[in-house]
Design a protein around this ligand. Sequence first.
Ligand code: GCU
Length: 326
Amino acid sequence: MLRKTLLKTTMATLSVACLIGQANAATEIKISFNQTDTNPQYLGLVDFGKRFEAATDGRYKVNVFANELLGDQRTSLELVQNGAIQMAMVANPLVENYDANFRILGVPYTYKNLDHQEKVYTSDIFDDLFKETDKYGFKVLTVYTAGARSMYTKNAPIKTQADMKGKKTRVMQSDTMTKMLGCLGGVGVPMSQGEVYTAIQQGILDGAENNEIAYADLKQYEVAPYFSTTQHMMAADLLVVNSDFYNSLSDEDKVAMEKAAKESTKAEFGFWREAMDKAIETAKKGGATFTQVDTKPFEESCKPLQESLVNTPELKKIYEKIQSLR
Ligand code: GCU
């Protein structure tokens, strides 16, 4: 009897040890994220994590760090590159600074609407492009929507291009974004997102441009209450992974990671749609006014920029494929 109890206890202890051992053995994957933990992209990343953890039977634990806790996007991309962390979600302009071909993801007035963008983002159109950054030490796994970007200002709404004249507007740090502000009629000031609120408050900027969700989440309506729906660009955010880390995975786990990433893109589009109305309501409650803008003149004056960005056979091919899914 005593032996039996002892045996049972030993076995129980062993299996607990096994479980603990397994838990300890889980490899942590850190994902750096610059927005809040209610943002649809955060939910998308959590969705990715769950899928990947399930597909690998808990051998990996995915932790998403929101609110620039691990650094702004530029720093996070560097951390991924040098392997200090495994993954990050970064805006396409930052990747464009490594590989200029990524400008194709930031061409103004490319998509008809969110449905069109979803068709493109869940297709294989960018698969070859996404492999191109391996030589810099990171891989692009998938792309998330960040809605359409519009202008918002401190003192008066933008209705026409004339209203943009001389207005200093924060843009994400890339050549294309600065040029885009130019074709819209204003002056682009590259800056990281975390500095925008104070820069507008202090009058260093006249405004910024972003989607409704970031506008509401970051409470930027408090300093720039005039939101004008120029919708000049449907932005892309990229999920990147350190190449050495990715290459250290078994073939099976690599497939699982790519699959989980692609599936999370689809989920993120759903989260995005769900969050939009609430973001607009929050901003309005906080004092924002939304002005509907005739986008045609803006679109027209950005045509030359469009053409100058889509200027190689490779990029023309991608652009045509995007348009074929309209
Ligand atoms: C969007 C985008 C972010 C980006 C931000 C910005 O919210 O999703 O990736 O950081 O714009 O303007 O910097």
